[in-house]
Design a protein around this ligand. Structure first.
Ligand code: OAD
Length: 263
């Protein structure tokens, strides 16, 4: 490659506003698809200011031990610590807004025939951006249930104790999110399976694709004939399955796809 070409490419890659090419074959496919699914992970919320989990520098798991805050055993050992950890995460999530990636997916729901978001995120930013068909595989950080009996707690008006206690059974209240070693909600799994099997195009966006059963939906989509589109600045465990790959931030790629869909 000529030296000037090399430096031009490097300059373009450094400059976030450079135009991202969206293949017209993908746009055509999206316009003729009956069902399209966007499967998202922490990376889609990174541009809103929420850290991902596995980034070695600022990822959540570089700061806390998984077994302390993402397991039922950790909660049993130190309920106050875990409750306060999630209170601080809630506070952080309250402070951020959906970014152009979330907004673009909400627009795609309006532009395409059937469009679902299956998310591993618990931040509620897809709904805040306007998406209405969102399956929250790992729960929602703003919802609560009790530790022993899964009684759902609608509101926590008066907190006399940390963590608060369930008004029905007296066990501790915890966030309604899925921790390691726990089962995912069966209705969510079943709906996700149905739309994944049915879809013509499956986007995998901002996920390292290492956590199961969630990551299994990427394989299921591919096995059932969907065209797989990966949007992630980094290679992932499932990149080898992808038909289209965008090694860019989702907040840059997704609005470009919407632009093309609207032409
Ligand atoms: P990870 O932290 O494992 O992966 C985040 C991915 O986002 C990485 O592949 C990054 O390269 C990518 N990424 C970063 N910035 C991006 C951007 N601007 N645009 C697009 N991609 C970007 O997070 P998840 O895959 O979501 O589960 O993790 C899956 C599950 O592991 C989480 O739901 C959580 C965690 O343990 C539970 O808590 C049960």
């Amino acid at each position: 490659m000529l030296v000037w070409q090399h430096y031009t490419e490097r300059f373009l890659k450094m400059n976030r506003n450079y135009s991202i090419d969206i293949p017209q074959s993908l746009i055509k496919l999206l316009k003729t698809s009956k069902t399209v699914v966007a499967f998202t992970g922490a990376g889609i919320s990174a541009e809103s200011g929420l850290s991902t989990f596995r980034n070695p520098i600022d990822g959540l798991y570089s700061k806390v031990k998984v077994e302390d805050v993402v397991t039922p055993e950790g909660f049993e050992r130190n309920p106050r610590f875990v409750w306060e950890f999630y209170e601080s995460r809630r506070e952080k999530v309250r402070q951020v807004e959906p970014n152009p990636g979330h907004v673009a997916l909400a627009k795609m729901e309006k532009l395409l025939t059937e469009f679902y978001v299956i998310t591993q995120n618990v931040d509620g930013l897809h709904q805040k951006a306007g998406s209405s068909k969102v399956i929250e595989l790992h729960g929602n950080i703003f919802k609560n249930k009790c530790f022993l009996n899964n009684h759902y707690i609608e509101s926590l008006d008066v907190i006399n104790e940390i963590p608060p206690r369930c008004p029905i059974c007296g066990s501790y209240i915890r966030p309604d999110i899925v921790w390691f070693g726990e089962f995912l909600d069966l209705e969510n799994i079943s709906l996700s399976e149905t739309v994944t099997r049915d879809c013509d195009v499956f986007f995998s966006i901002g996920t390292s694709s290492v956590v199961y059963p969630a990551a299994g939906f990427i394989v299921l989509a591919k096995e059932n004939g969907a065209t797989l589109v990966e949007i992630n600045p980094e290679e992932t465990e499932k990149s080898y399955l992808a038909d289209y790959i965008f090694r860019e931030k989702s907040g840059a790629v997704l609005p470009r796809i919407v632009d093309e869909l609207m032409k």
